[in-house]
Design a protein around this ligand. Structure first.
Ligand SMILES: Nc1nc2c(ncn2[C@@H]2O[C@H](COP(=O)(O)OP(=O)(O)OP(=O)(O)O)[C@@H](O)[C@H]2O)c(=O)[nH]1
Length: 399
């Protein structure tokens, strides 16, 4: 796999062509090292399974996609499972979090539990309803069923305890499994936006109208559809974007969304120049050197972009990605790739197996890749390891 680089020219061409979908969904993958976060991201972006990644890669990539006949710009942040002090940063940026563990690694499951705990605590600490962040617990490496340590029931029980979704999948098998995972996440984010939007609208409708003369209503003008679009979420100017609503009680002046959640989020996170159906989106980033010309990667060392706000309540939102400093190379090691995976990586179009309409289940766990699993396991042990992630430091963040 070649090195991912920021390519400003590609950014400019996208910006000038205005071809990017306006709806944006930010998805972050967190989890212990080696659980397959990068593999899932790369699979989604490129339809390829890559066996080796730079473990210190933390980048944000974007891919224009179509989910349920609606175009969407899916931004995916791949974290490297070590510096969990950045969890709040991830949460501020994301519309959805995929907490990933490997079904073959007990400690990765414990790490996932720790993430769930801390996200829950974090949400509480900022009065953020957990509903606002779409959280999914992911049991990855389902193709290694024979090495399974974490029972599917454990994943299900944990997810239901934290009121989040649960999916088992694999990055080493059909692209459709991974695609379904991301598409499902986009759908959940849309549902959440719709729900938040309805809350906002109903709270507006419940406002008293007795002091709003008809003449005043008639004077009310719609808000402009677009406003300043800050491009650097680090800069203070990024705070100029906020959730605004048409206010019939105030001569059409915009007001901060009266949605309790949105207001809270605005107060807690600062403004959110991020994803939204109605946004005038601008994105900066780079191009991933893949066969898929629609797939782009944005090396991103940026701080969080504020999370999304209800679509209908927005007059102006922006999205931006700060150029990254990450320059980690992707070390491709085809010899370590399983036979099936190598074939897929070489020519995914011709080797993809029968499409499956849904994610793989235990019973469907791939046996075709089992022969290669031991190779991967061997490869894992030979892969240079980072120091193991430490769960306790996660807790420090929130205490
Ligand atoms: N068999 C199998 N191997 C996988 C799967 N996903 C990832 N791997 C392998 O597991 C190893 C770690 O994968 P990564 O994607 O780098 O894991 P990560 O969670 O991104 O790790 P960090 O970047 O270090 O946080 C690599 O050798 C992958 O090839 C999977 O679904 N099945």
């Amino acid at each position: 796999m070649s090195r991912y680089k920021s390519t400003n020219s590609s950014v400019k061409s996208h910006l000038s062509s205005g071809s990017l979908p306006k709806e944006e969904v930010n998805i972050v993958l967190v989890g212990q090292a080696n659980v397959g976060k990068s593999a899932l991201v790369v699979k989604y972006l490129t339809k390829r399974f890559i066996c080796e990644y730079d473990p210190f890669l933390e980048d944000t990539y974007w891919k224009p996609d179509t989910v349920d006949q609606q175009d969407v710009l899916v931004k995916v942040m791949d974290t490297y499972g070590k510096d969990d002090k950045r969890l709040p940063y991830y949460l501020k940026w994301a519309d959805a979090v995929l907490i990933t563990y490997s079904i073959t690694q007990q400690d990765s499951f414990e790490m996932a539990l720790s993430y769930l705990d801390n996200i829950h605590e974090y949400s509480k600490s900022i009065s953020l309803s957990s509903n606002e962040l779409v959280i999914t617990l992911i049991g990855n490496k389902l193709d290694l069923e024979r090495n399974r340590i974490i029972a599917k029931a454990d994943g299900e029980t944990t997810a239901s305890k934290f009121n989040c979704a649960f999916i088992e999948t694999t990055a080493a098998d059909d692209y459709e499994y991974v695609q379904n995972l991301f598409h499902r996440t986009v759908r959940e984010v849309r549902k959440e936006r719709e729900r938040a939007n309805n809350v906002t609208i109903s709270s507006i409708q419940s406002l008293p109208t007795t002091f709003c003369p008809i003449e005043e209503e008639e004077k009310a003008l719609p808000l402009p559809l677009a406003a300043n679009v800050p491009t650097d979420p680090l800069s203070s100017s990024s705070s100029s974007s906020s959730s605004t609503l048409f206010n019939p009680l105030n001569n059409g002046q915009s007001i901060i969304s009266s949605s309790p959640q949105t207001s809270t989020m605005t107060a807690s996170f600062g403004q959110r120049p991020s994803s939204n159906v109605n946004s005038n989106s601008t994105s900066s980033g780079g191009t991933i050197p893949t066969n898929n010309s629609n797939t782009n990667m944005i090396p991103n060392n940026s701080p969080p972009i504020a999370r999304s706000i209800p679509s209908a309540s927005i007059s102006s939102v922006t999205s931006s990605i700060v150029p990254a400093s990450t320059t980690a190379s992707q070390k491709s090691n085809s010899s370590a790739i399983s036979t099936a995976s190598t074939t897929t990586a070489t020519n995914p179009a011709t080797t993809r197996r029968t499409k499956s309409p849904k994610l793989q289940t235990d019973s469907q766990a791939s046996t075709t890749t089992s022969a290669s699993s031991s190779q991967k396991d061997n490869h894992h042990s030979s892969t240079p390891k980072r120091p193991p992630s430490k769960v306790p430091f996660l807790q420090k963040i929130f205490k």
